[in-house]
Structure formats: structure tokens, C-alpha cells
Design a protein around this ligand. Sequence first.
Ligand SMILES: NC(=O)c1ccc[n+]([C@@H]2O[C@H](COP(=O)([O-])OP(=O)(O)OC[C@H]3O[C@@H](n4cnc5c(N)ncnc54)[C@H](OP(=O)(O)O)[C@@H]3O)[C@@H](O)[C@H]2O)c1
Length: 284
Amino acid sequence: MRITVIGSQGQLGYDLMSSLAADGHQLTGLTHQQISIEDVASVQAVLTDSRPELVINTAAYNKVDQAESTAEAAFTINALGPRSLALYCQKNNIRLMHISTDYVFGLDSTRKSAYSEDDLPGPLSVYGQSKLAGEYFVRAICPQHFVIRTCGLYGTAGKSGNGNFVETMLRLGKERDELSIINDQHCTPTSTLDLSTAIAHLIQTDHFGLYHVTNEGQTTWFELAQTIFALAGINVKTNPISTEQYNAPAERPRFSVLNCAQFKEISGFSLPHWKEALKTYLEL
Ligand SMILES: NC(=O)c1ccc[n+]([C@@H]2O[C@H](COP(=O)([O-])OP(=O)(O)OC[C@H]3O[C@@H](n4cnc5c(N)ncnc54)[C@H](OP(=O)(O)O)[C@@H]3O)[C@@H](O)[C@H]2O)c1
């Protein structure tokens, strides 16, 4: 298949390019230097050039805390960006895959069971709101769409580029004697290597729609950090703290575990448990 991956130097985009190349697809990877998804003229020119049968958009404004004070930029990229891609793809009969987030949930503060695709979203942050608006544009405009909500991504590009939670912990664990980490936000960190495998599978089907796709299991940032330190042999004192104690600018869900049953039913497989995925990543 002729596939254009937008955001090809990002964490997911980078691992997706390797995974799709191994499957023999004809790939074009686009960086932010080559396309601005919110710019209709840029989308028109670049996509007409690469003539894809499928566009995969991994590009986003991902600075969750910064988005609280730059709502216009977040909405421009996360909502109007996917809208312009959806309009182009719909007009030209091209399939569109778009990536979204567990941060479309969180408003239900008592939630303790994994969210399915049928659950009503309720974002707590500007980032979550802007991503939800992007999802809605794709689903409303482009019938041949896959929208994937995922969570806590870490991937190969994070080892050198803008980093990720795992890389930040590896660095801080070596620099400091003691770390305080949030222990009341429950979610499922996900490896972009595994997410890429899931995407590679889904795009071979005609099962368009909204999917939750993460590694298996659930944890907190505190438990994730402890596991990283144990696997990497780093000796650092860790203190569990609350969301209030950390006091970040953006509110985040206390529970945003995603139920991936729909993906499992369509694909016939589940992604590895988050601990296994983390071990594989650390061994790279
Ligand atoms: N990271 C997470 O924990 C997480 C969790 C849940 C869902 N997601 C979603 O998963 C997707 C992939 O995330 P990721 O971690 O792989 O992101 P990432 O590493 O930040 O990569 C995003 C890429 O998009 C590019 N980009 C940014 N704005 C753009 C624009 N306006 N036009 C074109 N390209 C642009 C960036 O380039 P520059 O850096 O040069 O601007 C970057 O290379 C995103 O949709 C994100 O919202 C992420």
C-alpha cells in the first residue's frame, strides 16, 4: 500500500516507519519541516505529491501543561490539523488513520473500570479538549477513518529527541538521590513499537472506526518509575506523591485505563503487558 506517515520523526512516527517498511509498504515519511497539518495549502500540495492510499497522522501538539496557556496553538494543530487532513482524504477517497489520547477522559473522578469506545469522553485539560475536537472532525468528515486512542507513549525516537517519561526517569535516577513521583494517576504506558504492530495490522482491514489500543495491564507513574529503576539497575529513593502535591498546570485523569477489547476482537491478538514492553524497550 502507498502510505504517508505524518510526524515521521516523532516517537510513534519513527517506529511506525520501520514497522511498515518491514511489511513491504511503499512509504513516504513527512516531518514538520515538510508539512504543517493545520495549513490547508501545505496539506493539499504535499499529499498530492505523495499520492497516498492511506495517510497516518501521528503529528500533534503534545505539550500538555503548556497547552493550558496556548489553547489557540493546541486547537490549531490538534483540531484544525486533523480537520484539514480529513477534508483532503474525504475529497480524494483516501483512508485516514489518526492518533488520539486517553486524556479525552478524566471528568468522571470516581471511575475505576477501563473505558471502552462507547464511554462518553470528558477531558480535563486544553490538550484533551483539543484532541477530542480533532477526533470528532476525523470521524465526522472522513468515512474511511481509523481513530486510535492510546496512552503514555515511549518509543525509539525518545532516546535521542524530545525524550519521554522512561528517558526522563533514567536521567533523573542517575542525577538525583531521591525522586517524588505521582502515584494516583492510573493508566497503561504503551510502547510505540507495539502500537506500530497494532497499527500495521489494523490498516490491512476495512474495519474503520474508533479503537482503544494500549499495552496490557495498568499502573501509576510511581510504579512505572520503580519498575524502570529496577530493570535498569538504578538505585534511587522514590517517594509516592499525589497529583495535588505535584501541582502541574494541566489537570490529568486519575484513571484513564483503556479497554482494548474491540481491537483484540478485530485483530485476534493483544499487545504485550506493559512490564514486558518496558523490558524490551530498555534492552534496545
Ligand atoms: N506521547 C504520549 O505520551 C501520547 C499519549 C497518548 C496519545 N499520544 C498521541 O500519539 C500521537 C503520537 O505521539 P508522539 O509521542 O509520537 O508525538 P511526538 O514524538 O511529539 O511526535 C509528533 C511529531 O509531529 C510533529 N509535528 C508537530 N506539530 C506538527 C504540525 N503542525 N504539522 C506537522 N507535524 C507536526 C513534531 O515535529 P516537531 O517536533 O519538529 O514539531 C513531531 O515530530 C499524537 O497524536 C499524540 O497526541 C501521545
